[in-house]
Structures are given as structure tokens and as C-alpha cells.
Design a protein around this ligand. Structure first.
Ligand SMILES: [Cu+2]
Length: 186
């Protein structure tokens, strides 16, 4: 009986230590957006971590940040991802500053009636009014906009390899190198 109790105690201690170890410190990561790159272009975060992305558009053009998996190509134009990081993760990030959070109608809305708008880089986009709708999220930073912060806590569902991309100018930003890796460690 004593042995059983000892084992149970050790198991409880082991789990407690594991739980402590799994609470990573909050992190703030600055991503600079220019023609045509994210700097850095390799982001790594951990489950349970509170992450603040500081997005700076120091380029001359409008830029955006989308995070997802499975490049979605419309004709020959890459315009987003089949799987959206935020929806898979079940997280709505808090966005403040000069940029704005928009929903992207490209990947999931093949039948969109809206003509592409030049002011918005050729995307079919709508303002973020209904977060429950299954449209990919985009953080949009117009040229000359102030720094934008995107804050969220990383969930288990986000674990794995993702890509971040900018699809402005009918995908030209993406194909010109405005793409990076976004990795979530368990
Ligand atoms: Cu861009």
C-alpha cells in the first residue's frame, strides 16, 4: 500500500512540475514589413504563451499579415490560405494601432459578388464585423500607418508549422518574397 501511495505522490509531483514548465513567459516580437519581405521571416512561439506581434509597415506600399496552411491559388494568383491560423486555433486576436483586422473573402468565398477593390490591394475584403463567420483573418497595414499590435494567447490547436504571407497586388507581394514561417511549439 505504501508503495502505491508513493507512486501516486510521485506521479502528482511529476505532473505539477510539467504544468509549471509549460507556462512560458510572454513574448513580444516585432515584424517589419517592406517591399517585399517580413523581417524576421521565421517566427516561433509556444503553446500557452501570450504573444504580442508588433507589426511595422516601413515600406512604401500597403501590406498585410495572413497566417495559414495550404496556399490558396485563384487561377494563377495566390490569394490566401485554405486553413486560417486564427480559426483553427479558436482565437480572435486583439488588434490595436494603425492597422485593422479584416476578413478575407478569397479562399472560402468562391462565389463572392464583390469586384476587387484597388484601394484594398485587389482583395475581396470586408471589415471585421462578424468574427464567428469562417472567413480568414487579415491584419491590414495601409502605407504610412502607425505600428499595429496583435495580441493573443497560443492554443494547443495552433501547434505545428504555419506560413505567414502578404498577398497584396494580386499576389505579387507573396511571389516576390513576402512570406515567412510561423511555428508553434507544443
Ligand atoms: Cu506586402
Amino acid at each position: 500500500m505504501k508503495t502505491v501511495r508513493l507512486i501516486v505522490s510521485l506521479v502528482i509531483i511529476a505532473f505539477s512540475l510539467a504544468a509549471c514548465a509549460q507556462t512560458p513567459d510572454p513574448v513580444t516580437l516585432t515584424i517589419d514589413m517592406t517591399e517585399f519581405a517580413f523581417t524576421p521571416n521565421d517566427i516561433e512561439v509556444q503553446v500557452g504563451q501570450e504573444v504580442t506581434l508588433v507589426l511595422v509597415n516601413s515600406g512604401e506600399q500597403d501590406h498585410e499579415l495572413m497566417i495559414g496552411r495550404g496556399l490558396h491559388v485563384d487561377g494563377s494568383t495566390p490569394d490566401g490560405y485554405d486553413l486560417d491560423f486564427w480559426h483553427i486555433g479558436g482565437v480572435m486576436p486583439e488588434v490595436s494601432g494603425g492597422g485593422m483586422m479584416l476578413q478575407h473573402e478569397g479562399a472560402d468565398h468562391a462565389g463572392s459578388e464583390q469586384p476587387p477593390s484597388d484601394e484594398q490591394g485587389g482583395h475581396d475584403m470586408v471589415p471585421m464585423t462578424s468574427p464567428e463567420e469562417e472567413l480568414p483573418l487579415m491584419i491590414y497595414l495601409p502605407a504610412g500607418s502607425d505600428t499595429t499590435t496583435v495580441t493573443f494567447t497560443v492554443t494547443e490547436d495552433m501547434v505545428g508549422n504555419w506560413e505567414m504571407g502578404c498577398f497584396e497586388l494580386d499576389g505579387v507581394h507573396y511571389t516576390s518574397g513576402m512570406v515567412g514561417e510561423f511555428t508553434v511549439w507544443p
